[in-house]
Design a protein. Structure first.
Length: 338
């Protein structure tokens, strides 16, 4: 028999935006992981909050049941339940949180409210359970772009963050301008394979000489101006814009990470969030890590974007530390990391 203190069986639930997800973990071992991505938003080119809540309501029981079925575990095996309580869309968060409260109450098991952004930071532990703070994290997602000094659990400082768009958001907006699909990150990543990254030189805003903050709005405006000047773009021209834009984002992220490594002295670096799935970024950071002799970790592709496995993994850490939430916990749409 496994020790439930070391290898707790945790059900994770995620519903903060447009993914309904459930996962069953035993320690950091993923027994099952189900993600239902809401396709309804594709035709609007972005997430429509009201539609997201309704789709979560529709999907949540089935997603949880599917997670149990795939895990070989049953609700009686669960030691604690971890659920996202923020940040995210209020209606969407409430669906997951209320479901989790009902489940925890019915089974009389503890509830762990998880900060979704903190969970992104810990996603690499699903592949590298031995990974422990302290480390420097570059978190690049749809709503956040941050450099975080992770000293320990709930012990963070934000060294830099975006002053305007998030990195993922800039991918999504650029894809919308090029009318190539949603979400933009994966589409641009793929399309860039057939484009020339040096075809166009988009601005790389690095801000003040020692700044660890980010700004992506200038890059997006440059794409907008280019598209306005050339309204009839061929597929090859679109691929060149995609590749050149991606190159500019990767250059900025690389330079900011280099600065943060120098400023913080960290030798262990963790890449996290949806944009961490970007192949060019992963390859470039790998080269940089070799040159600078850094230990670099990034999550498996399926755990870069929103998923309940990272919520459950954070739950494992909280459970081991004896940190639980009460059943009155409220959803916090603008929950901050630090
Ligand atoms: N291969 C890729 N290359 C670049 N960006 C990508 C890739 N795959 C996904 N993304 C981007 O990642 C973002 C989604 O990531 P994630 O699910 O972590 O964000 P979010 O949950 O919407 O925001 P947050 O976690 O900040 O609240 C989208 O903006 C998407 O375009
Ligand atoms: Mg996310």
């Amino acid at each position: 028999m496994t020790d439930p203190d070391l290898f707790p069986c945790i059900l994770g639930i995620e519903s903060s935006c447009d993914e309904t997800s459930a996962a069953v973990l035993e320690g950091f071992h993923v027994r099952s992981h189900i993600v239902y991505s809401q396709m309804i938003h594709k035709k609007y080119g972005g997430v429509v909050p009201e539609l997201a809540s309704r789709a979560h309501e529709h999907a949540i029981s089935q997603v949880v049941h599917a997670a149990f079925e795939a895990s070989g575990k049953s609700p009686e095996d669960i030691d604690a339940l971890a659920v996202t309580y923020g940040p995210g869309l209020m209606g969407a968060l409430l669906v997951g949180l209320n479901y989790a409260k009902g489940f925890a109450l019915a089974r009389d098991i503890p509830l762990i409210g998880v900060n979704h952004v903190e969970a992104h930071l810990y996603a690499p532990m699903l592949e590298f359970p031995e990974l422990k703070p302290p480390f420097l994290s570059l978190l690049v997602s749809g709503g956040h772009t941050m450099l975080v000094d992770v000293r320990g659990m709930r012990d963070f400082s934000i060294l830099g963050s975006t002053r305007d768009d998030a990195a993922g958001e800039s991918f999504d907006k650029t894809a919308r301008l090029l009318q190539i699909g949603y979400p933009g990150g994966p589409v641009i990543d793929t399309l860039s394979d057939s484009g020339n990254p040096r075809a166009l030189r988009f601005p790389r805003s690095l801000l003040e000489a020692d700044s660890l903050d980010f700004s992506f709005s200038g890059m997006k405006t440059a794409v907008l101006n280019h598209v306005r000047k050339h309204p009839e773009l061929s597929d090859k021209e679109k691929a060149d814009i995609a590749a050149s834009f991606q190159e500019a984002v990767v250059d900025v992220l690389k330079e900011k990470l280099r600065r943060a490594v120098r400023a913080s002295g960290h030798k262990r670096v963790v890449l996290a969030g949806g944009v961490a799935a970007n192949r060019r970024l992963r390859a470039e950071l790998k080269k940089m890590a070799e040159k600078m002799q850094l230990e670099l970790y990034y999550p498996p592709l399926e755990y870069c974007t929103d998923n309940a496995a990272m919520i459950a993994a954070t739950g494992v850490m909280y459970q081991r530390a004896g940190l639980f939430s009460d059943l009155e916990i409220a959803a916090v749409p603008n929950l901050k990391l630090a």
